[in-house]
Design a protein around this ligand. Structure first.
Ligand SMILES: *[C@@H]1O[C@H](CO)[C@@H](O)[C@H](O)[C@H]1NC(C)=O
Ligand SMILES: *[C@@H]1O[C@H](CO)[C@@H](O)[C@H](O)[C@H]1NC(C)=O
Ligand SMILES: *[C@@H]1O[C@H](CO)[C@@H](O)[C@H](O)[C@H]1NC(C)=O
Ligand SMILES: *[C@@H]1O[C@H](CO)[C@@H](O)[C@H](O)[C@H]1NC(C)=O
Length: 190
């Protein structure tokens, strides 16, 4: 686990202001999937999640488990779709292919795909920090999250509800100090 600064370009009136965010990141050494998170300076859920997924092109889809494991929390899943990236959410009640989860609002802020990698920065403004039966504590210094990666891009990558294949490349857990991800006064969450 390491911490890094994520740079986002924010256009305010005519001026361009480069805003450095406090983020926490996890990079899976096996698949190369890297996930980073920035949150606002709040004391409790609900709050928005500002995230970046970056992965080698060999990763067909990458996923993030908001509740730490696959079951019963929103799973944020992203995959390359031509030269952009589709970001969507799933929910699993059992250990098989999760179904689309419709209680979130996600806006992709930027994405790109090149010969070696794909990346997407997105804001989940609703439904990713709290859900039926759980929530993320933004002040917890050791929050457990999960990740997964598959070698297969979904068959219909332009369809956010398309079926996803098994996470054959990687899956597991990591812990984040969420106090390091807080951003007082940042406008990226709005
Ligand atoms: C993929 O992107 C290229 C370049 O922008 C575009 O010409 C092409 O139509 C796109 N293909 C699909 C299937 O969207
Ligand atoms: C491809 O995309 C990755 C992820 O955004 C970036 O780090 C890398 O520099 C890009 N490669 C080229 C040749 O632009
Ligand atoms: C964080 O929690 C994990 C279990 O999820 C534990 O192994 C680790 O020691 C904890 N780290 C700290 C700093 O408390
Ligand atoms: C998207 O995929 C879902 C799940 O396979 C399917 O039910 C739906 O009809 C697809 N939508 C389109 C527009 O193809």
């Amino acid at each position: 686990m390491h911490f890094s600064k994520l740079t986002a370009a924010v256009v305010i009136s005519a001026a361009i202001l480069i805003q450095a965010l406090n983020t926490v990141s996890y990079s899976d050494p096996g698949s190369g999937l890297e996930i980073s998170l920035a949150i606002p300076d709040v004391q409790s859920a609900p709050f928005p999640l500002y995230m970046t997924f970056t992965a080698p092109i060999e990763v067909g889809w990458g996923g993030f488990a908001t509740g730490g494991c696959m079951l019963r929390s929103p799973l944020i899943v992203a995959w390359p779709n031509n030269n952009s990236v589709t970001v969507t959410t799933r929910w699993a009640k059992y250990y098989h292919a999760p179904t689309p989860y419709l209680n979130t609002a996600i806006a992709v802020k930027s994405s790109s795909v090149n010969a070696t990698h794909w990346t997407a920065t997105f804001l989940c403004s609703k439904g990713c920090s709290d859900w039926y039966g759980g929530s993320i504590d933004p002040s917890y210094n050791n929050g457990t999250f999960g990740y997964a990666a598959s070698s297969e891009v979904p068959a219909a990558p332009g369809n956010a509800s398309t079926a996803i294949r098994f996470h054959d490349l990687a899956y597991g857990h990591f812990d984040w100090d969420l106090t390091k991800a807080k951003n007082p006064g940042s406008t990226v969450f709005g």
